[in-house]
Ligand binder design. Structure first.
Ligand code: HEC
Ligand code: HEC
Length: 373
């Protein structure tokens, strides 16, 4: 006769589901610039769940406590060797999932930490934005580290899923079901009960995670995702530039081209993309000086650095932002019909999609693709 023992309390089970959803959401939004802020939020809330899980591992009930994890390499080996042949019953975590969970906790914390560092260093957002002042070129390391760690995490997740499916379908175990119901079948009742403090802890665990999700989404200026790139009022900073260079098209932020490009462009305003944009010598000198001083060569903006880098191998001096390799790479997935559509008209009409570009803001969450094109 078997009985059903209560092994996994609600906190474990709800956070488990939330972590699956958050990881999937973070993974899927990771490649899109437009969704970067959401990606970061999913990661942060995931970290909150993990931190609570660590506390739970220290002060939680039996089976959930790290002390009850089977972290013996000998046991892991014999478990893996015998996994196809004999079905040993584990009430708590078997050696493989014990190792998997500990590794997932460590790797995910490091992954989220490196992601936040990258968010600060390259995007000038969040708690690590103070590092943005440094040299981004040397600090792409965080982006790479983040990717490696996420892929390691994904690898463990896949093995963990494979193991769970095997438990369910090959060994006919109840590990997967128990993560939903909380119960496992055991010869005698060996279930757990939680005390008041542990009950309160579980409520906080889930409530704080969900509340942070709502808070971070709703309040853009929160400490963790706040944007320190501030808009520039070019009309005030340099009226000559704003008025002259913003009359036929938007006033392109000077940090989007290197000094050499601005010099070449300003040298030939009579024939400016087929238009005559010539200026009197004095105005021209004022504008050129402004463009050169604020060019990509002297900007810490990540797009400035990436544009500059992408131009390094070019033989000719490119004078259109939309002709730079970085720009082309970033927009290669956009259908050329979109650029020709009535709402956009030209690649050079950045403002159709980057709503605050005239204030120098190329933020990912300020990208709004025009509807219906
Ligand atoms: C008489 C109109 C006119 C004036 C004035 C003018 N431009 Fe232009 N500019 C154009 C046209 C037309 C294009 C090509 C736009 C296109 O490709 O759709 C262009 C393109 C550009 C581009 C390239 C955009 C891209 O594709 O990346 C830059 C940069 C630029 N202008 C800078 C300036 C600057 C700086 C000034 C001021 C000194 C200026 N323009 C003044 C008409 C003008
Ligand atoms: C039809 C809409 C559209 C137009 C027009 C457009 N962009 Fe973009 N741009 C996008 C989208 C969408 C992305 C994000 C691509 C991605 O997710 O990787 C993007 C990305 C970028 C990025 C990279 C942002 C980052 O931090 O990763 C830069 C820089 C940029 N655009 C500059 C420009 C400039 C300058 C112009 C005008 C010369 C322009 N774009 C015109 C839609 C547009």
């Amino acid at each position: 006769m078997m009985t059903r023992s209560y092994i996994w309390p609600l906190g474990n089970r709800i956070s488990h589901v939330l972590m699956i959803v958050l990881f999937a959401a973070a993974y899927l939004s990771g490649d899109s610039d437009e969704l970067l802020r959401y990606h970061v939020i999913f990661g942060i809330v995931f970290a909150i769940l993990i931190l609570f899980r660590i506390g739970w591992g220290l002060f939680g009930p039996n089976y959930s406590k790290f002390r009850d994890f089977d972290l013996s390499l000998t046991n892991l080996k014999s478990y893996l060797v015998s996994v196809f042949t004999k079905h040993e019953k584990y009430v708590g975590h078997n050696p493989a999932s014990s190792f998997a969970i500990i590794t997932m906790i460590i790797v995910s914390i490091l992954a989220i930490f490196s992601g936040l560092l990258d968010y600060g260093v390259s995007e000038n957002h969040g708690v690590f934005a103070f590092l943005h002042q440094g040299n981004y070129e040397d600090m792409e390391i965080f982006e790479e580290l983040h990717e490696v760690l996420v892929n390691i995490f994904l690898g463990i997740v896949l093995v963990h899923i494979a193991g769970s499916l095997m438990d369910k379908f090959v060994q006919k175990g109840d590990a997967v079901d128990s993560m939903i119901s909380g119960f496992k079948s055991t010869p005698t009742y060996i279930g757990i009960s939680t005390n008041v403090a542990q009950k309160a802890y579980q409520v906080l665990w889930i409530v704080i995670a969900l509340a942070s999700l709502v808070y971070l989404f709703g309040f853009k200026d929160n400490l963790l995702t706040v944007n320190y790139n501030k808009p520039t009022d070019y009309a005030k900073v340099n009226p000559a530039f704003y008025n002259e260079c913003g009359s036929c098209h938007i006033a392109y932020p000077p940090y989007l081209l290197p000094k050499a490009s601005w010099v070449k462009m300003m040298d030939n305003l009579e024939n400016h993309f087929g238009d005559d944009a010539s200026l009197d010598e004095q105005t021209k000198a004022v504008i050129l000086d402004f463009l050169v001083k604020n060019s990509s060569d002297s900007s810490t903006h990540q797009d400035a650095i990436k544009i500059r880098k992408s131009l390094e191998g070019e033989k000719q001096t490119i004078i259109a932002i939309s002709q730079t390799p970085f720009w082309k790479a970033k927009h290669k997935d956009i259908d050329s019909r979109v650029f020709k559509s009535n709402k956009v008209k030209s690649k050079a009409n950045c403002q159709a999609c980057h709503i605050d570009i005239e204030k120098g803001m190329l933020e990912n969450d300020l990208i709004k693709m025009p509807k219906g094109v």
